[in-house]
Design a binder for this molecule. Structure first.
Ligand code: ATP
Ligand code: MG
Length: 155
């Protein structure tokens, strides 16, 4: 379906912001087209997981930024936080099912979120990468193709 992506993100951010009680502030930087062809359910899950990780793995008062640029044929998204970061030796494993990094400490989690993100992004024909430094923060980058589904003709 065609999604009003900017409004969709604003609503999702409001929802997550309500859950984290403004301990951290989520900012949206949106550029490009406002309407895109993306699966809402999958997109919601991807962004929910990445944004809630940003919140969970950063301290109160820190900021999380969701940057989106939507072009005619693809959408680029980046979720940035100034949190605890992912230790270098754990980085190859973060997309593994049930994996939690060694500095996850007392935070609650099943280690499934990023595995699901990877599956959904792949299902949508895109890819997900990240860059992270311990004590400094983490950025997840998601690339998704923006393509109108083929019209089905039945006659
Ligand atoms: P859940 O299934 O509830 O999402 P989780 O957050 O532990 O549990 P993932 O979202 O899959 O699981 O993340 C896997 C691990 O990667 C986390 O346990 C954490 O150690 C690390 N991680 C993920 N995102 C971040 C981030 N933004 N900053 C620091 N560490 C992160
Ligand atoms: Mg998670």
């Amino acid at each position: 379906v065609q999604v009003e992506l900017e409004d969709f993100c604003k609503n999702l951010i409001d929802e997550i912001q309500g859950l984290c009680k403004e301990k951290q502030q989520i900012h949206l930087q949106y550029t490009g087209n406002t309407e895109v062809w993306l699966d809402k359910q999958l997109l919601r899950n991807i962004l929910f997981n990445l944004l809630s990780n940003g919140i969970k793995y950063s301290d109160a008062g820190k900021e999380i930024t969701l940057k989106i640029n939507a072009e005619a044929d693809h959408v680029d998204m980046a979720v940035h936080d100034e949190g605890i970061g992912i230790p270098e030796k754990d980085q190859p494993n973060v997309f593994d099912r049930f994996f939690r990094a060694h500095n996850a400490g007392a935070t609650q989690g099943t280690g499934l979120g990023l595995n699901i993100v990877k599956d959904y992004v792949t299902l949508m024909g895109g890819n997900v990468t990240f860059s992270s430094e311990t004590g400094k923060g983490t950025t997840f980058f998601v690339y998704l193709p923006n393509v109108m589904p083929a019209q089905v003709k039945m006659d």
